[in-house]
Write a protein that binds this ligand. Sequence first.
Ligand code: AMP
Ligand code: GLY
Length: 407
Amino acid sequence: MKIVVIGSGAREHAIVKSLRRFGDREIVVIPGNAGIAREARCVPAQPSLADAALAEKPDLVVVGPEQPLADGFADRMAAEKVPCFGPVAAAARIEASKAFAKEIMLAAGVPTAEAAVFDDPAAARAYATDRGACVVKLDGLAAGKGVIVADDAAQAAQAVEELWRPGTKLLIEERLQGREISIIAICDGKSVLPLPPARDHKRLRDHDQGPNTGGMGAVCPPSDATAELIETTVKTVLEPTVRELAERGTPFVGALYAGLMLTPKGPRVLEFNCRLGDPEAQAILIKLRSDPLPLFLAATNGRIQGQKPVWDERTAVAVVLAAHGYPGPPRALDPIEIEVEESDDLWVLHAGTRIDDGKLVTSGGRVLTIAALGAGPEQARARAYAAAAQVRFAGMQSRSDIAAAEG
Ligand code: AMP
Ligand code: GLY
């Protein structure tokens, strides 16, 4: 069995680690990073990502990030009859276009924030100013930078100015209140298998201050993730969405990520992603005690329903260590020292790392994720932060309150 994993982040490192726990299999990662290269063969995306993947003649391809999916990577794999975990471009639009996601939710009756879509900035400005407190979103992939939460009319108008780009659309949404949670399901085009819920911490600094980032840390499961919440989300969000996409002739195969706000009226969808979350995947996968391979394969052949993954009962906490400058342009080439003793319960996952002149150095915004298991959120947190203290590089940024609010 030969598996190709696409991506270069800590999420993909976690996928590789969880696959390597079980059985004899060849894993190739395109393009990977310095940490992944210690555990799997990494090859560059040359002459293109899809060509590099096909050249390996894999039995399965697992795609980590959204961009290749939005660009039609899975369509190319389908044309070449290579099983691919990750949706075709028409289904990946659920992440790539927020306007499309709203259209699907409206058609499928999925609970979400009310929204209006504009392709004219003057109309958007007038509507936003009228609403006051609202959320302005750019339609399209923006790596977490296309959303502004406005408190009043002046901020709303300013947000329209900041986000507007000729030729795109803006969404203006009702501003919801509540805690956020990510519920991700493995989908085979017809059915869904929910993974344990996770909570990301998106702002750069403690107490949810500072700019939005791709995610600074995660906990799995959060203390308010009840079985009832999962059941409600499966029935009212994930299943109707997958059904709607199938009815449109573009069945969703891969990981469907619902970013939810827990409002007094129940969960409401803020966004969909067409992939595993980063850093959610790091916290989810360290808890997986059975082989992920049957899950990936079952998603590609319509058999997810019979799957029974085994989860560690403990809590996982993932802490991201980011480079100087992140989420703006990160500084590269800072030497990294890691003295952590890894185990099955404690992972050091690489993202923006590479080898320069024989030394491990920073080469991206999010540099590493430390993922740890503990009896509860407090213990998992303590273990993750104790390990993070054994990592050093100049300008390192991390939050000190990941999972602190889980009680
Ligand atoms: P998104 O990329 O759509 O998930 O938005 C990024 C972040 O903006 C979310 O994680 C929320 O913190 C915030 N946000 C998005 N939509 C809303 C909304 N309708 N009400 C309040 N906050 C929101
Ligand atoms: N952690 C949020 C995301 O992966 O988009």
